[in-house]
Each structure stands twice: as structure tokens, then as C-alpha cells.
Design a binder for this molecule. Structure first.
Ligand SMILES: [Zn+2]
Length: 73
């Protein structure tokens, strides 16, 4: 999936990366680290196997993972 590996469920290689859309507030699977609207948004990027539909979710940037660590641990 991520990093070009095939789907772990079916082995297909046709993988779609679905990015966060910053123009749409409610788009995607974001994690919010603040109660303030539009602040502290950590985008979760999805990878979808176009053969079987299996989906992975990734917080891609280490700075964003650090933000989660600060906020939730
Ligand atoms: Zn698959």
C-alpha cells in the first residue's frame, strides 16, 4: 500500500492514495488535537486498494505524529 507495496489482503498493486482536502473542513479522516476549529488538524491519508477495497490510514509526517504524541500521551 504505502511505499508502493501491494495490498496485504489480495496482493493487487493498483493502490489509490486519497489525500486530505484542506479546502473542505469535513473532508477525510482528520484527527483534531485542539477544540478550536481548523486548529490542530492532523490529516490522515488513506490508501485504497482498487481491487478489493481494503483501506489503510496513515499519518504521514513525523511532525504530525509528534503533535499526536504531545496531545494524547
Ligand atoms: Zn486488495
Amino acid at each position: 500500500m504505502k511505499d508502493g507495496r501491494p495490498c496485504p489482503k489480495c496482493g493487487a498493486r493498483e493502490i489509490l492514495r486519497v489525500p486530505d482536502n484542506p479546502a473542505r473542513h469535513a473532508s477525510g479522516n482528520n484527527i483534531y488535537t485542539s477544540r478550536l476549529t481548523l486548529a490542530g488538524k492532523v490529516p490522515v491519508i488513506r490508501y485504497v486498494c482498487l481491487n478489493c477495497g481494503y483501506t489503510e490510514n496513515w499519518v504521514e509526517q513525523s511532525a504530525q505524529r509528534q503533535e499526536l504524541r504531545r496531545s494524547f500521551i
